[in-house]
Design a binder for this molecule. Structure first.
Ligand SMILES: [Zn+2]
Length: 513
């Protein structure tokens, strides 16, 4: 079997998803799960683009072992130095440099000639090689690049010492036969290509990211760049879980395999959902709620007689618990610890003990405790990422014959601040009170409420998206009282906005491959 390397870019390209903001602590939690999942490389950020990115790459390189940590850089030496500064404590860190190669980008973005771009690429790769042998080069917008020039760029990168040459379909424009043709030509025409790994990086604008990635692999590429849940710029990147399961389910016939521990796919998906607040559509392949649900009678009958009739892979193989185990009052420590693992949380003994006590308190209030309840509990109370605002309490009065009022106390930078406001309804009143306390100028773009589980004691999950100066963030909050959940979601969003404003992603990210 030929090994296909999985390069995860959830923390770099994935974080470019509209509304998906992760702070450093959250990125570290995700990186730990990626390591458990068995990815070969984690692209942790674009160090020169912001302080936050730099810090995330530095911490992950320092703390995560067992896979390569990658930092992105443009061809300028300042970029490379900054990336290396962040990476150098890592086990086998990789410098990833890129430059656009399509005529469209050369003329309109870089205002450079092909010759200049070629020269810059070579001097950048050589510069990287002075720091490490582990160098990857990407031709941004490769699929819209003149193929003769692409061959020349790849050959130049190999000659300068790149170990991995990546072919990004930056704008999601390619169709599978084209991807195969590009990889095939590079393999035939680039001298020394047998000594490097060819890679593909596909976007899903036409819904073809996974198909294009596989076409590249079948033509000889041996690294796929992808993200958990297919997060990423615009329509997203190729979904890691789709690539991993396609190669697990069909790899036997194709002679291909990956190092992914597929039983960790579902926990990884849940974790990324919990951290970013970006939901997974129910019909999403592999990790969607309905991916293994057999609704129609004929199918159910077939599955009951023999699973093979309609099931090409088992729910267990992707880490979906065989039974929807609901936790409750009588669940013990052992079951609790196991469930935490299934949800992708790596907790210390001390955190686990605190979490277990909180869980017991919750199960006193609520008969059935669902996965979503546990995720909220962990994100809210155990993984205490540094936050500027914290909701101390909220009290509302509302009804058909009173003026809705909310009084709120927030902890802001360690100080208590209190305010009360009237509103059109209890949510409006509480948002007004919070807005005044935080002085936010943001605009509410989306507000949605979902019941996490059945029953009137269900936790309500509220999701808000707010916008300020073109920056959009998503906040999530859950509580058995939906007004409290709304206030928590709003405060969560304001924290993310605050982080984003202090750590602007900058224009740089939009120019990445
Ligand atoms: Zn990309």
């Amino acid at each position: 079997m030929d090994r296909v390397y999985i390069f995860d870019t959830t923390l770099r390209d994935g974080e470019q998803s509209p509304g998906a903001t992760m702070n450093v602590e959250e990125k570290i939690i995700v990186a730990r799960q990626l390591e458990k999942l068995g990815v070969d490389a984690i692209e942790a950020g674009f160090p020169i683009s912001s302080e936050g990115d730099f810090e995330a790459v530095r911490r992950i390189a320092e703390e995560v072992r067992g896979c390569q940590i990658v930092g992105l850089a443009r061809t300028r030496s300042q970029d490379i130095d900054r990336a290396w500064e962040a990476l150098k404590a890592g086990e086998d860190p990789r410098l990833h440099v890129f430059i656009a190669t399509s005529d469209i980008h050369l003329q309109h973005k870089l205002q450079k000639t092909r010759e200049q771009v070629f020269e810059e690429m070579q001097s950048a790769v050589r510069y990287c090689r002075k720091l490490t042998a582990n160098v990857e080069f990407s031709c941004e917008d490769a699929t819209r690049t003149d193929l003769d020039f692409l061959v020349r760029m790849a050959a130049g990168a190999v000659a300068a010492g790149a170990r991995v040459v990546n072919i990004p379909d930056t704008v999601g424009y390619a169709v599978p036969p084209e991807m195969a043709e590009i990889i095939g030509r590079l393999l035939r025409e680039v001298p020394g290509i047998e000594n490097v790994i060819l890679s593909v990086h596909c976007h899903d604008d036409l819904g073809l990211a996974a198909a294009n990635s596989l076409a590249g692999v079948l033509a000889g590429a041996r690294q796929v760049e992808c993200t958990v849940n297919g997060l990423g710029e615009r329509a997203g990147n190729a979904a890691l879980e789709e690539i991993a399961m396609a190669l697990r389910t069909r790899g036997g016939q194709l002679g291909l395999s990956t190092g992914i521990r597929t039983e960790q796919l579902y926990p990884a998906s849940r974790l990324v959902r919990a951290v970013t607040g970006i939901v997974v559509p129910p019909n999403k392949a592999i990790v969607g709620r309905n991916a293994f649900a057999h609704e129609s009678g004929i199918h159910q009958d077939g599955v009951l007689k023999n699973k093979l009739t309609y099931e090409i892979m088992t729910p267990e193989s992707v880490g979906l618990p065989a039974t929807k185990l609901v936790m409750g009052k009588h669940s013990g420590r052992h079951a609790f610890r196991e469930r935490m693992g299934e949800l992708g949380f790596e907790l210390s003994d001390e955190q686990l003990e605190t979490a277990f006590r909180r869980f017991k308190a919750l199960s006193d209030k609520k008969k059935e405790v669902f996965d979503e309840d546990l995720e909220t509990l962990i994100m809210d109370e155990i993984i205490q990422v540094p936050r500027r605002y914290r909701l101390d309490y909220i009290n509302v009065t509302s009804g058909s014959q009173v003026m809705p009022t909310a009084s709120v106390q927030l902890d802001i930078d360690g100080y208590q601040a209190r305010n009360a406001e009237f509103g059109d309804g209890p949510v409006d009143a509480s948002f007004k009170a919070i807005a005044k306390l935080t002085g936010t100028k943001s605009r509410l773009v989306v507000f949605s409420v979902n019941a996490i589980s059945g029953g009137t004691d269900a936790q309500g999950e509220v999701r808000v998206r707010i916008e300020e100066d073109g920056v959009e963030v998503t906040g999530v909050g859950a509580h058995t009282d939906i007004i409290v959940a709304s206030a928590k979601a709003y405060v969560d969003a304001l924290n993310k906005l605050d982080y984003r404003k202090k750590n602007p992603p900058g224009q740089l990210h939009q120019d990445a491959p």
